[in-house]
Write a protein that binds this ligand. Structure first.
Ligand SMILES: Nc1ncnc2c1ncn2[C@@H]1O[C@H](COP(=O)(O)OP(=O)(O)OP(=O)(O)O)[C@@H](O)[C@H]1O
Ligand SMILES: O=P(O)(O)OC[C@H]1O[C@](O)(CO)[C@@H](O)[C@@H]1O
Length: 342
């Protein structure tokens, strides 16, 4: 009987997840394995919602955002009963290996599962936030940055036409990878993110922003602020109110939100996801051929173009900071003058 591999996509969906699914399925079938996909993240594992995946299932999916397996948050995985039910499904279906594509929360799920199930567990980094150590980029990050960059470029046209101030809020949960990459790529006058902003000094930051904005307006220029979500107390509208309170300029807010998670994946995301998907199957194949017992769960990633294997427990020990070179370059050379120090 053919060995069975299983896949699920968990947490926020990320463009490129479909490319990973396609690569895993094609590589598995090529190696003579059967491939099963669980729906709705860990929910499908707990509730036994799955489908067999073959060549036809993964035809024409690599160019689409979202995930054909659907994704979801699954609170049931946060307690032992849920985890043990998930493990029971894997045993009942005689699965040899499970590949989970998701972010750090999903990897916590893998870690928890490893205490209840002896099979092979692999994580592929899939989140727009890029907040996982052990890899340069997560699947979905490149597309999200491209989407936010294009959106802010458009906002800039209107901002220029009206010599107006815009606060553009980008996603990233609690990390500033999207904020710094889009802020620098769009030439934003100000980037407000976790890495360069102490919101306990709100008033100070507002004062600096007002000075920088006034300078730009005297030059009849626009002013774009890229704000990381979850940073400013009260959010973008609160910052807007604080800025509008002191001046006559009409500061606008644009929350980019979930458009950053959707759309056709960039070629970078498709290539990364495909590379990691194939590598996951090759890793499983080696283990099964050697008939060795399953090691602790690992994440397969890519650093400087080289494949990496990192214990999930190590991935979870530290978040990946935004490269200090970006934070420094922005602070010293790229920001509007009066927002340089905080
Ligand atoms: N501590 C944990 N133990 C077991 N399972 C967990 C744990 N934390 C999260 N999970 C599982 O992983 C799922 C996804 O986690 P989360 O919502 O944090 O998204 P994520 O994987 O970090 O992705 P993204 O970064 O895109 O939001 C949760 O809904 C839950 O099922
Ligand atoms: O779609 P939801 O569940 O509101 O989650 C939003 C969060 O998910 C992400 O899009 C991916 O982790 C974050 O950037 C954001 O904070």
């Amino acid at each position: 009987m053919a060995q069975k591999l299983a896949i699920l996509t968990s947490g926020g969906d990320a463009p490129g997840m479909n490319s990973a699914i396609r690569a895993i399925v094609l590589a598995s079938l090529n190696k003579g394995y059967q491939c099963i996909g669980f729906y709705h993240g860990y929910n499908g594992l707990i509730e036994q919602q799955f489908t067999e995946l073959d060549e036809h299932s993964v035809n024409n999916i690599t160019q689409h955002g979202g995930t054909i397996l659907k994704s979801a948050r699954c609170p049931a995985m946060l307690n032992t009963a849920g985890i043990s039910q998930a493990a029971n499904t894997l045993r009942k279906l005689h699965i040899s290996a499970l590949i989970v594509i998701g972010g750090d929360g999903s990897f916590h799920g893998l870690d928890a599962l490893s205490e209840h199930w002896q099979g092979t567990l692999i994580g592929l980094p899939g989140t727009i936030d890029n907040d996982l150590s052990g890899c340069d980029h997560t699947i979905g990050f490149s597309t999200a940055v491209n989407t936010a960059t294009r959106a802010i470029d458009k906002i800039r046209d209107t901002a220029n036409a009206f010599e107006r101030v815009f606060i553009t809020e980008v996603m990233g949960r609690h990390s500033g990878h999207i904020a710094f990459n889009t802020g620098i790529a769009t030439g934003a006058e100000s980037i407000l993110s976790f890495e360069n902003c102490d919101v306990n000094k709100q008033q100070h930051i507002v004062t600096q922003l007002l000075a920088a904005i006034t300078e730009q307006r005297n030059k009849h220029a626009s002013f774009v602020i890229v704000l990381a979500e979850n940073l400013w107390p009260g959010g973008a509208s609160s910052l807007q109110a604080q800025l509008n309170q002191h001046t006559d300029f009409n500061c606008a807010v644009c929350i980019l939100g979930h458009i950053q998670r959707g759309g056709a994946p960039s070629s970078e995301d498709r290539m990364l996801a495909t590379t990691l998907g194939v590598a996951a199957v090759e890793y499983i194949d080696e283990l099964l051929l050697a008939a060795s017992s399953s090691p602790a769960p690992i994440m397969i990633g890519q650093i400087n173009g080289q494949l990496t294997q990192t214990l999930i427990s190590d991935v979870l020990k530290c978040n990946k900071p935004v490269a200090s070179k970006w934070v420094q370059q922005y602070q010293h050379y790229l920001s509007a003058k009066s927002t340089i120090s905080n």
